[in-house]
Ligand binder design. Structure first.
Ligand code: A3P
Length: 295
């Protein structure tokens, strides 16, 4: 089946398709403004392809930087640069800021390079990410008739939308062209299996103290169940401007759905799985990627 038509015409900037958040009027102008955003010395960037666990890592990073697991002491509205109100929110945000984005680095604030801003890059296996994206897009755009096969076609590059592999390719390219830039790759599945170990590594990367007990507390405070409850209790974590846009669309935004490894097994048919596996293999090979996914 053909991919849905609304993703067929995407504007470009710097050779890269722009993620079109609903509610942004001029997408190219928004990219230009994002590139010019002033970066502070202690900013941290959480970067990921959509649905790889951005919010989870954002919560963990907040707690590590602020050295507290108290939900009240964290910033409630996530600074997602490409969303409506994202740049204004970034400017108002107290330091240390955690900036968030799905943008390729050419669409990110360019001062990140000279400031050597720490980047936490979240990676998730493409099958679970595709399933998570499917439910998310259905809700956000309120397109209940979107078929999984149509969506898979988009995930396999049969539309203009950048795929997860395009994203990983540009991240690899950034690393190659900026050797020594501090990047910590975090696998969703490792966080799920060994949260305390990964949280300790993150603390080291961020250069903040982290006792075993504190890491355990952070893991507990950022468990799927806790964060889902927090969301249900109405703790906002995206700019209010975006909430208004969503209301107009009749869409819904839930960041905590199932939170498991392997939900793809409930969605992919055997045939879809074979095709997707072949697609993953071809991307790894053709794009020269060095990521080993965990299923
Ligand atoms: P599912 O849709 O598979 O449940 P993002 O924040 O990048 O939008 O990613 C959202 C995905 O991360 C969702 O996946 C969500 O449930 C999952 N997630 C968020 N917090 C989590 C946690 N603490 N543990 C496990 N998964 C989590």
């Amino acid at each position: 089946e053909d991919p849905p038509s609304e993703v067929e015409q995407l504007p470009e900037a710097y050779g890269w398709k722009i993620f079109m958040f609903p509610g942004i009027k001029d997408h190219v102008a928004h990219v230009e403004a994002t590139r010019k955003l002033s970066i502070r010395d202690d900013d941290v960037l959480v970067a990921a392809y959509p649905k790889c666990g951005t919010h989870w890592l954002w919560e963990v990073t907040q707690m590590l930087l602020r050295q507290t697991t108290d939900y009240e002491k964290r910033t409630k509205e996530q600074v997602m640069l490409e969303s409506p109100g994202g740049l204004e929110r970034a400017e108002q945000e107290p330091s240390p800021r955690i900036l968030n984005s799905h943008n390729p680095f050419v669409h990110l604030p360019q001062e990140i390079i000279s400031k050597k801003t720490k980047i936490i890059h979240v990676i998730r296996n493409p099958k679970d990410a595709a399933v998570s994206n499917y439910w998310h897009l259905k809700n956000i755009h309120n397109v209940q008739d979107l078929q999984f096969q149509q969506h898979l076609n988009v995930m396999m590059g049969k539309s203009q939308l950048p795929t997860q592999f395009d994203y990983l390719q540009q991240m690899s390219e950034f690393e190659r062209t900026h050797p020594g830039h501090p990047i910590k790759h975090v696998y969703y599945e490792d966080m799920k299996k060994e949260p305390i170990k990964i949280i300790k590594e993150l603390a080291q990367f961020l250069n903040v103290p982290a006792s075993d007990e504190f890491c355990q507390d952070v893991a507990n405070a950022c468990s799927f169940e806790k964060l889902k409850k927090l969301e249900e209790a109405g703790a906002k974590n995206f700019p209010t401007e975006f909430a208004h846009v969503l209301n107009e669309l009749g869409g819904k935004m839930h960041f905590y759905r199932k939170g498991i490894i392997g939900d793809w097994k409930n969605m992919f048919t055997v045939a879809q799985n074979e095709i997707f596996d072949a697609y993953i293999d071809s991307c790894i090979k053709n794009k020269g990627l060095n990521y080993t996914f965990i299923y």
